[in-house]
Design a protein around this ligand. Structure first.
Ligand code: GAL
Length: 331
């Protein structure tokens, strides 16, 4: 049944595809490819996340613009690009994307400020707060040595922005690097992030306005050195797909399943199957988008990083197959 629904999603995406000559939507949209927006320009939304609101998908991501540079004196070869702020694109079918402009603008020549182009702004995610009627964006804010390791928060009245930056925090005085944001069915929202120098992940409940971490958090995947968390919920269970820690270079994903978001999380192996599964098909996952009105359909969204030219990084989006409590991703 689940397989059939995944197939149905694939077929639907196929039918929605704007390029009539290409049959496979995964090839069309994102198979390690550049995604073009409706103006024919490459979508610049890396480390992306999706908000679904009133029939529209809003894609938010890192704007990587400008010359990629090699960071001197690192443990390993590491590259940076100016932080271009956060982009927003909208779509009703996950295929045609309209550029909605810069949702969160960076400052320039203001290196003391969190969202300056000279800093690091990564993995922005947005959720909607029904009570306050605000759209809330969380993102990883850092300096170029990644030692600042904080969560930044911004707010808007409209899904596409502009977002007003409120500041950054270390939840419970803990480091926050690669992160995600999850809003549960009961309206509670959580930050999920690599912490403790990327050794352990943490999940922290947010305040009811989603603007602050609470003191309620748990440590998960302890000492497993995982990052890039992508979380979703299906049939009452939580699924968390993570990558290993190898900078911009791809590695094998793994996933964990839990009955309660705070854990315990039961670890499984790599959800990616088939050729190049050990490099997650040369990608790094970062988000899972539930397909609206198709309860069993989820899309794994990954970045195919081009570390020496980060702006040129591409995307890999693939359907997730759910078989009982296990998941599989094929390219
Ligand atoms: C990766 C991480 C990216 C970025 C990069 C910097 O491991 O997933 O979001 O922080 O390191 O090298």
């Amino acid at each position: 049944m689940k397989y059939l629904l995944t197939l149905a999603l694939t077929i639907t995406l196929c039918q929605l595809s704007y390029s009539k000559s290409i049959k496979n939507p995964v090839d069309t949209v994102s198979n390690g490819k550049t995604i073009l927006d409706e103006d024919g320009k490459p979508v610049n939304a890396h480390g992306a996340g999706v908000l679904y609101y009133k029939g529209v998908y809003y894609l938010f991501g890192e704007i990587k613009k400008g010359k990629t540079w090699l960071v001197p004196d690192q443990h390993w070869e590491d590259y940076r690009v100016p932080a271009g702020g956060v982009s927003c694109y909208s779509s009703t079918d996950l295929i045609h994307w309209k550029n909605r402009g810069v949702a969160l603008k960076p400052t320039t020549n203001n290196p003391a400020y969190d969202v300056d182009t000279s800093r690091v702004i990564e993995r922005p995610k947005v959720i909607y707060n029904e009570r306050t009627k605000k759209f809330v964006m969380w993102m990883h804010i850092d300096k170029n040595d990644y030692k600042y390791s904080r969560g930044g928060v911004a707010i808007s009245d409209k899904p596409y922005g502009p977002y007003h930056y409120l500041g950054s925090v270390k939840p419970n005085n803990q480091m926050l690097r690669d992160m995600n944001l999850f809003k549960d069915d009961n309206g509670k929202a959580y930050l999920i992030y690599s912490s403790e120098d990327n050794k352990t992940m943490q999940i922290c409940l947010l305040s009811s306005d989603y603007l602050k971490p609470t003191r309620h958090y748990s440590r998960i995947l302890i000492d497993k050195k995982r990052e890039s968390p992508a979380i979703f919920k299906h049939a009452g269970k939580y699924y968390l797909i993570t990558s290993g820690c190898s900078g911009w270079s791809p590695n094998a994903a793994s996933y964990a399943v839990a009955d309660h978001i705070m854990g315990p999380w039961k670890e499984h192996g790599n959800p990616c199957k088939g050729p190049n599964a050990d490099s997650s098909f040369y990608s790094q996952g970062g988000f899972v988008v539930p397909v609206a009105n198709k309860p069993n359909s989820f899309i794994f969204m990954g970045d195919v990083w081009n570390k020496t030219n980060l702006e040129e990084s591409k995307y890999l989006w693939l359907p997730i197959r759910i078989i009982k409590d296990e998941i599989e991703i094929y390219n």
